[in-house]
Write a protein that binds this ligand. Structure first.
Ligand code: CAA
Length: 260
């Protein structure tokens, strides 16, 4: 698929995926959602060269300022629900992506933008980043998982305050609340995200995928995360990477994992 709104650069095993609609503050229109779906179900998943993904927004002002509001006019309830479902499906693809995804939040992360950052596994915020769920200003609610994931990250009381007031919080407050993993000087978000991903790229890929899966199992309805962990631990024992990791420890050398 030819991407119109995503820019993909791969360097040293790390994909830098940039949402590039700078004039609209990188708002997620339906084409961008389609392209994100393609990357996280196809290109990014199947390309063995890609060990991790940095997701960011073009320009200095915004990560993503939300779903594209210009596409909302005239939506009826069925169309609105379908739009929310399409977005949620893509954000689940990101959350369940078997390789680590780090959001480099370089500015406004509002509405669908905050939800997109929350679907990633780790968030690095630049000091100019602003997070918020302002949908009630539009007579809407978050539709891409915001009412659920914000509670997962910062707890129900504070999440309800942000969801009900539509207030934005800055990077330091997001860090204090546990929404942002790191705050870095503006312009250094991608470098910090890459540094984290390069560290993870040295670990066993099949184990990394299972860590992500088990962490998600904690929140999945009807799934016993502890039981999934037991099964995944057993699966790891069957991998060549486990044998290599254990041998490297005994031989006091760095493990060379092949993802097998
Ligand atoms: N959708 C479409 N266009 C958007 C947009 C969005 N979410 N956010 C910004 N833009 C556009 C503006 O319309 C403007 O375009 P023009 O130059 O053609 O007029 C351009 O981006 C620059 O924006 P501003 O002039 O508004 O910039 P600002 O610095 O004055 O304000 C802002 C920045 C506070 C982020 C403001 O743009 C804003 O409030 N944006 C909307 C944020 C929002 O409500 N997001 C939630 C969307 S709904 C949603 O996401 C639902 C969901 O969960 C699925």
């Amino acid at each position: 698929m030819q991407y119109e709104n995503l820019r993909l650069e791969i360097d040293n095993g790390i994909a830098l995926l940039t949402i590039s609609r700078e004039k609209a503050l990188n708002a997620l229109n339906s084409q961008t959602i389609l392209e994100l779906r393609h990357f996280f179900s196809d290109t990014g998943r199947l390309n063995p060269e890609i060990k991790g993904v940095v997701l960011t927004g073009a320009g200095e002002k915004a990560f993503v300022a939300g779903a594209d509001i210009t596409e909302f006019s005239g939506l009826d309830s069925a169309q609105g629900a379908a739009l929310a479902q399409r977005g949620q499906d893509v954000f689940f693809l990101i959350e369940r992506f078997p390789k680590p995804v780090v959001a480099a939040v370089n500015g406004f992360a509002l509405g669908g933008g905050c939800e997109l950052a929350m679907a990633c596994h780790i968030r690095v915020a630049g000091e100019k980043a602003r997070f918020g769920q302002p949908e009630v200003n539009l007579g809407l609610i978050p539709g891409y998982g915001g009412t659920q994931r914000l509670i997962q990250y910062i707890g129900k009381g504070k999440a309800l305050e942000l969801l009900l007031t539509a207030d934005m919080i800055d990077a330091n407050e997001a860090h204090r609340l546990g929404l942002a993993n790191y705050v870095v000087p503006a312009g250094e978000e991608v470098a910090k995200a890459r540094e984290l991903l390069l560290k993870i790229a040295g670990k066993a890929p099949l184990a990394i995928a299972r860590v992500i899966e088990c962490a998600n199992a904690y929140f999945a309805e009807g799934v016993d995360g502890f039981a999934r962990e037991v099964a995944a631990f057993g699966e790891c024992c069957d991998t060549a990477d486990f044998k290599e990791g254990a041998a490297a420890f005994v031989e006091k050398r760095k493990a060379n994992f092949q993802g097998q």
